[in-house]
Write a protein that binds this ligand. Structure first.
Ligand SMILES: NC(=O)c1ccc[n+]([C@@H]2O[C@H](COP(=O)([O-])OP(=O)(O)OC[C@H]3O[C@@H](n4cnc5c(N)ncnc54)[C@H](OP(=O)(O)O)[C@@H]3O)[C@@H](O)[C@H]2O)c1
Length: 262
């Protein structure tokens, strides 16, 4: 199969996607792969020769577009919708869709909910959604990942986290708690799943601003990011590529934040 070229795979995210020589075996799953950073990760993994399961929640059009782009560039991809607020059922559905592409050797948990409620406004629904999507879904997806991984195969699980796990602020109370819990899970699973599977985290900083706060990241760059600039999805895909290329890093949380956590 022809490998998609870098330019073919760069259209969707607007980011340059690193192309690697030599096709990798198997398939990858990217949760929340229908848009934004998740879409860029899906493109990057396709560029490495992996078949890609593009998971989405509401972004069915976005996911279909990512799949179209990968397939038209010569890659393999399928889209699957699953609501991560029901994490166990969603994990089964996502891995069911993956069978079409072969054994999954890379799982990237990118989907998350990111809402900011002060203590007084926090309610059960807010907590349930954050815990299910941000913490339980990666756990059940990791469980499915291990159930289907061949005894002789190696793999990678990469959890998207947040620099806030190192220095929680007053904002995003429940979100930050679930991200910190996932950082803990990352280290526990690195121990539990070694030596076959490397489990790492990538902790982004100001990469893409929330759609309802387009100026927020620029403000942070000016006031509190030591490198005085924002990042891009390309910085995240490069970090993930680096972790996938390493055979000797596990249980690590790689900050891609311009130093904001310092
Ligand atoms: N962007 C940044 O600057 C930044 C900074 C720090 C950390 N991060 C982390 O990096 C990752 C990617 O960032 P992003 O900005 O691209 O995230 P985002 O825009 O907030 O996207 C979140 C993704 O999660 C999916 N999702 C949310 N709830 C879901 C549900 N119930 N069921 C299924 N899917 C659900 C959404 O899918 P649908 O749209 O299909 O529903 C969406 O693709 C996230 O984990 C985020 O927390 C990003």
């Amino acid at each position: 199969m022809r490998q998609p070229s870098e330019s073919e795979l760069s259209r969707h995210s607007g980011e340059s996607v690193r192309a690697f020589s030599g096709a990798e075996q198997g398939a990858a799953i990217v949760t929340g792969g229908g848009r934004r950073v998740g879409a860029a990760i899906a493109m990057m993994l396709a560029g490495r020769g992996l078949g890609v399961v593009v998971h989405y929640g509401a972004s069915s059009d976005g996911a279909a577009g990512v799949v179209r782009e990968i397939v038209s560039a010569g890659g393999r991809a399928v889209a699957v919708g699953a609501d991560l607020r029901e994490p166990c059922r969603a994990a089964e559905k996502v891995f069911g869709a993956a069978r079409e592409l072969g054994p999954v050797t890379v799982l990237v948990n990118s989907a998350s909910v990111f809402q900011d409620l002060a203590l007084e406004q926090v309610d059960g629904r807010h907590c349930d959604e954050h815990v299910s999507v941000n913490l339980l879904a990666p756990i059940f997806l990791s469980q499915q990942f291990m159930r289907q991984l061949d005894a002789g195969s190696r793999g990678h699980i990469i959890n998207l986290l947040d620099w806030r796990v190192h220095r929680p602020g007053a904002d995003h109370l429940v979100y930050t708690a679930t991200r910190s819990a996932l950082a803990s899970v990352t280290k526990s699973l690195a121990l539990q799943l070694a030596p076959r599977v490397q489990v790492n985290g990538v902790a982004p900083g100001a990469v893409l601003p929330p759609e309802d706060r387009p100026d927020w990241h620029q403000q942070r760059a000016a006031e509190q990011i030591p490198l005085r600039r924002t990042g891009s999805p390309r910085d995240i895909t490069a970090a993930i590529g680096f972790l996938l290329d390493s055979g000797f890093i596990t249980g690590e949380v790689l900050n891609v934040s311009g130093g904001e956590e310092l």
